[in-house]
Design a protein around this ligand. Structure first.
Ligand code: NIG
Ligand code: FE
Length: 411
């Protein structure tokens, strides 16, 4: 199977030598080839260059991309796409003035989603979730991290992991599973949180590891959820079973979770709406990437992650949707790229880098995804006709995607 895309107006994120991550000032550069071609064989990018150099090239399928832009598909490194139902009633409560914390304290929030998910059959949960994944793919996402965390019992967390595994098998998109059993304290454990932590560290982590069904371990490190000591215990247990941390930190309060994450070589620390100087210092000279989730800030009306402070300190940054029923019920990466520009004051180049190569890094897959590089997987967006790539964030809440290629297959 071979595909030749010709007359590409702008081919974005072109790297002759492989890149895995872009940091600080390097994020300002988005390498572009104008009037280009791209040649794919099976699932792999084989060749690209200027149109004048592809005269004798032939392929089984040729796509004329006149007026269109081609770029790596979006890499969404933080989602909770597997959930049951939705939380529209809480949405209305928040419009009427209740905060996210007030709703959670009333027994709503994550516990509300967990109650429903526990009652939902595995087949129904799969059907609801694969529908969402297919919608994300149609909006240009080619790789998606999906977390558990709405099960909150051994049985229901494993059900979520099996649903994620089934999505991974049935969908063309790259799916990365993360165990987030430490997402909230279940009602039954309200007065004995340590017993729930034991259940995670002594039963769930070993079982998930035995089944080889999760890549990463996550914890919601936040006041009213899991404190620094709880988080440390869970990260340690995860690492003993080869689950590297990717954690929720600094969403509402600064507890020191970023330094804890870097101490345990977290792949990513996510949210960071609240950030101080020592958090930025803790990230220096580490392999941990910060991840901003502007859709969550938008939906909850909370501060946006100070992206400029992070990037201007020389750090890398990824952006992701946080797609979930409570704080970000949208998995549209095009919106996230636009919000990163408008609200996080990132340039279009920085935002596209954050949503492609750096998003791939935050999932541990940037050796094969996230840039147009020979030998990397062919996961691509072909846009509708556009004058320039800056129109992608400019026309916010539009879908610029016309066609997508995932692992070499045209959809
Ligand atoms: O990343 N903050 C914790 N978890 C999710 C929200 C989960 C929910 O409200 O259902 C987040 O924002
Ligand atoms: Fe999240």
């Amino acid at each position: 199977m071979s595909i030749l895309i010709t007359n590409i107006k702008q081919l974005l994120q072109v790297h002759e030598a492989n890149v895995n991550i872009l940091k600080g000032a390097d994020m300002k550069t988005l390498p572009i080839l104008e009037n280009a071609y791209l040649y794919i064989e099976n699932d792999t990018i084989i060749e690209f260059g200027k149109m004048e150099d592809c005269k004798d090239m032939e392929a089984e399928t040729t796509i004329d991309a006149t007026g269109k832009i081609v770029l790596p598909s979006w890499c969404d490194s933080h989602t909770h796409t597997v959930y049951a139902g939705n939380r529209t009633s809480e949405f209305v409560d928040r419009i009427s003035g209740l905060t996210y914390a007030e709703i959670a304290n009333k027994g709503g929030g994550i516990l509300n989603s967990a109650e429903l998910l526990q009652k939902t059959s595995e087949d129904d949960l799969y059907a609801q979730s694969i529908k969402r994944v297919n919608e994300l793919i149609a909006m240009g996402t080619g790789a998606i991290e999906i977390k558990t965390g709405y099960g909150l019992t051994v049985e229901a967390e494993l059900k979520m992991l099996r649903v994620i595994k089934r999505i991974k098998q049935e969908s063309l998109a790259v799916i990365i599973p993360t165990l987030l059993a430490a997402h909230a304290i279940p009602k039954e454990y309200k007065d004995n949180k340590q017993d729930y932590i034991k259940l995670i560290t002594e039963q769930l982590i070993p079982e998930a590891s035995k089944l080889n069904i999760a890549h990463y371990i996550d914890v919601f490190c936040e006041e009213g959820y899991f404190d620094i000591n709880d988080t440390e215990a869970i990260l340690k247990a995860g690492l003993e079973h080869h689950l590297r941390p990717k954690i929720h930190v600094n969403q509402f309060n600064v507890l020191g979770g970023i330094a804890l994450g870097t101490k345990y070589n977290a792949l990513s620390v996510d949210h960071l709406e609240e950030l101080n100087d020592s958090d930025i210092e803790a990230l220096n000279n580490t392999e941990t990437i910060p991840v901003a989730l502007p859709g969550c800030s938008y939906f909850l009306s909370i501060p946006y992650t100070p992206a400029r402070a992070l990037i201007d300190a020389g750090l890398p940054l990824a952006i992701a949707t946080d797609y979930n029923p409570g704080s970000a019920p949208s998995g549209n990466m095009n919106f996230v790229v636009s919000a990163a520009c408008v609200k996080l004051k990132m340039t279009p180049e920085e935002a596209i880098n954050a949503a492609t190569i750096n998003g791939a890094y935050a999932m541990g897959i940037s050796n094969m995804y996230g840039s147009i590089t020979r030998g990397k997987k062919a996961n691509l967006i072909i846009t509708k006709p556009l004058n320039d790539y800056t129109e992608i964030p400019y026309t916010f809440a539009h879908n610029p995607v016309e066609q997508i290629i995932i692992n070499g297959q045209l959809l």
